[in-house]
Design a protein around this ligand. Structure first.
Ligand code: HEM
Length: 401
């Protein structure tokens, strides 16, 4: 639909602006297909819900490398480091990167495998399982809690918060989103207080380490610590769980890829990034224009909200040719799975480790993973990607007790 939208602000477009509704049933039924159509027909579109959305790889990359024009200060809440611009962002980001070094990842790998194997062993020996409900959501929570050294008692509340948060985000219900955030903050504040009490002996779990950090010569405030932890948990749980569902659906739907990966596990890192390019786990991220700027043929005034649609940019045929073609040998620099520029995902080494270890253990401990003939996977709806339900048939290997 191209409308002669009554645009009365200073924004000027060289062509008519395409209006769309990101929450319409037509989009939610199959988000990826809807974004493909938008990228081809109207690569810059406007909606009341998201304001400006960018669908092309080139436009998204330009935004990522222009933090002076496209600011990350999009929300009133403290958001460390996502909601910060340079120079403030730089110091916080340096501190955060220290939690995802190769040494830390190597130390975490055995724990990661233990969590994966524990969950695989809880799957039936043979039969159909809803992989989202019985595996992916639980894996995401268990693995993040293991990384943070958080107690098992937090698993259930985290699952509840994540689900409530999605519902509130889809509804655009800001008061509900704020209330959920407050609920989360209270729990993390309790954990921080407990960690401080125990920390007399110099513990080295993530909470204790964060409490000893100094940025710009001063310790982190409680609000900053809670924000960091919120981003590492509630913010990422759905992405990790979406990744697990997308990967398992793909290897179930494409037996030749499954065979290849069973034979050559060394292909897993590149194959995982490529599958998650074909079917992106993260839909979008936000920016705000800090000055008037022309992008994709549209002139956006200062102060406008801009949404980068990862789920479209990473499928742009001008970069990837046929977006659905599985080619793990593509140039990794083109893949925006973990973003690019100064806000590129610091947790990428952790996410890559978790996903590789999980898929490797899953392939090792199953004979086959296949789609069922009766029930179809149900796509997740915005703001989630991947699947809300994923029935798959598995046969585990007998040596797996
Ligand atoms: C599961 C797969 C994951 C994907 C696909 C993913 C993807 C991304 C992307 C695309 C960005 C850039 C956002 C932007 O430019 O606005 C980002 C940023 C970020 N990610 Fe991830 N992420 C994942 C997992 C994680 C994990 C496990 C953590 C931490 C435990 C994490 C922490 C962050 C943080 C803190 C930022 C903001 C960085 C900054 O603003 O400097 N992510 N992520």
């Amino acid at each position: 639909m191209v409308s002669a939208w009554p645009y009365t602000s200073r924004a000027v477009s060289e062509k008519q602006i395409h209006q769309w509704d990101p929450r319409s049933p037509g989009v939610l039924r199959d988000q990826i297909a809807a974004y493909d159509r938008l990228r081809r027909n109207s690569p810059v579109a406007h909606s009341e819900y998201l304001q400006w959305s960018l669908f092309r790889h080139g436009d998204v990359v330009r935004v990522l490398h222009s933090p002076g024009v496209f600011s990350n200060a999009v929300s009133e809440r403290v958001s460390v480091p996502n909601g910060m611009d340079p120079p403030e962002h730089t110091e916080y980001r340096r501190m955060i990167d220290g939690y995802f070094t190769p040494e830390r990842m190597a130390r975490f790998e055995p724990v990661c495998r233990e969590v994966a194997v524990g969950l695989i062993r809880r799957l039936p020996r043979t039969g159909v399982v809803d992989f989202m409900r019985e595996f992916a959501d639980v894996f995401a929570i268990e693995i993040q809690c293991a990384f943070l050294d958080w107690p098992r008692t937090l698993h259930e509340p985290l699952l509840r918060w994540t689900r409530k948060n999605h519902a509130a985000t889809l509804a655009g219900d800001r008061p509900a989103m704020a209330a959920i955030a407050v609920e989360f903050d209270a729990y993390v504040n309790d954990l921080l207080a407990g960690s401080r009490r125990r920390n007399k002996g110099g513990r080295n779990d993530v909470l204790a380490l964060l409490a000893r950090e100094r940025v710009n010569g001063r310790p982190l405030s409680d609000e900053e610590m809670v924000s960091i932890l919120r981003n590492w948990t509630v913010g990422e749980l759905s992405t990790i769980s979406a990744c697990v569902g997308i990967l398992v659906r793909y290897i179930a739907a494409f037996p030749e890829v499954q065979r290849l990966l069973r034979q050559q596990t060394s292909l897993l890192p590149a194959a995982i990034d490529e599958i998650l390019r074909i079917h992106p786990p993260l839909i979008a991220s936000r920016r705000r224009t800090s000055q008037e700027v022309k992008i994709g043929g549209c002139v956006l005034p200062a102060g406008e909200r801009v949404t980068l649609i990862w789920a479209s940019a990473n499928r742009d045929e001008s970069i990837f040719g046929n977006p659905d073609e599985f080619r793990p040998d593509r140039n990794p620099a083109d893949n925006l799975l973990y973003g690019a520029g100064i806000h590129a995902c610091p947790g990428a080494p952790l996410a890559r480790l978790e996903l590789r270890a999980l898929i490797e253990e899953l392939l090792k401990r199953t004979r086959t993973i296949g789609l069922t003939s009766g029930e179809e996977p149900v796509p997740a709806i915005y703001p989630r990607s991947g699947f809300s339900s994923l029935p798959v048939e598995i046969i585990r290997t007998p040596d797996c007790s």
